[in-house]
Design a protein around this ligand. Sequence first.
Ligand code: GUN
Length: 294
Amino acid sequence: MEYQLIDGKATATAIKQEIAGEVKAIVAAGGKQPHLAAILVGHDGGSETYVKNKVIACEQCGFKSTLIRFEADVTEAELLACVEKLNKDVDVDGFIVQLPLPKHIDEQKIIMAIDYRKDVDGFHPINVGRMSIGLPCFISATPLGILTLLQHYKIETSGRKCVILGRSNIVGKPMAQLMMQKQYGDATVTVCHSHSKDLKKECREADIIIAAIGRPDFVTADMVKPGAVVVDVGTTRVADETRKSGFRLNGDVKFDEVAPLCSFITPVPGGVGPMTICSLMKNTLAAGKREFYK
Ligand code: GUN
C-alpha cells in the first residue's frame, strides 16, 4: 500500500511563519512582543538540545526569549525563587521549566509553583483540569502538536478507534483526554501501558495508534491493521557510530516494516518533534495575547 508521510517539519515551519506574521502585525500596531523564558537545570544532552531549539523557534516567530541556567546541584528553594520571580515579571508572558529535573528536586512542587496563566507547557493542575473538561487553557505541547498534525492532514478521527501507548503526564494522559473529547478527537480511546494484557490485539484493532512509551521499535507490523494511521512520539537516543554525534533518535515504531501497512505515518525525526516546539510557540503567542486568562 502507498502510505503518506506526515511531514511535521514542514507543517511546523508553515505554522511558525503564520505566527511570525501575526507577531509583526501586533508589534506594528503598538502591541507587545511575546516573551518566553525557559529554565534549564544541569547539562542533560536531550534537554540542552530541546531548549536550544525552543530559543531558535522563538527567533523564527519574532518572540523575545530568555534562557536561565542552573547547575544540577541547584536547591529546590533557589529554583522556587526563580519561578516566583518569573511569575511576577510583567515582561514575561510565559515560561517553562525543562524536565526532567535532578532527583533531589520535587518536580511536581516546581510545576505547582508556576502561575497557571504563564504555564505555556500546560503542566499545572489547573491547566490539566481545564483541558480535561474542555475549558480554554494551555494544552501541553506534544498532544497539541499531534492534534494539529491530524487536522492539517485532514485525518478523520471522529468515531474511530484510537489506541494510545503510554500513560505519562506529558503525553499519554493528555493525549487520551483530547482524543476522547468531542471538540477535538471525538474518538473511542484505549490507553495501553506496560501492564496491559493483549496489547498487540488492542493495537491491531486500532484505526489510529499513538505510540509514546519510549521503547525503540516497540510497534511492529503484526500490531498494525492495514490502513491505520500511526503517530510515533518516541525519541530515544540510540548509539550510532556512523553519526557525528555518536547517536541517532529512534522512534517507538519499527518504521520500515510498519509504514507499508499505513495510510499515514509520522517519521522520526521530522514528525512529532518539530510540532511539539511549534505548539509551545502557539501557546506563547496565546499567552502574549492573554487569550485564555486575563
Ligand atoms: N521534557 C520533555 N518534554 C518536555 C516539554 O514539553 N516541556 C518541558 N518543560 N520539559 C519537557
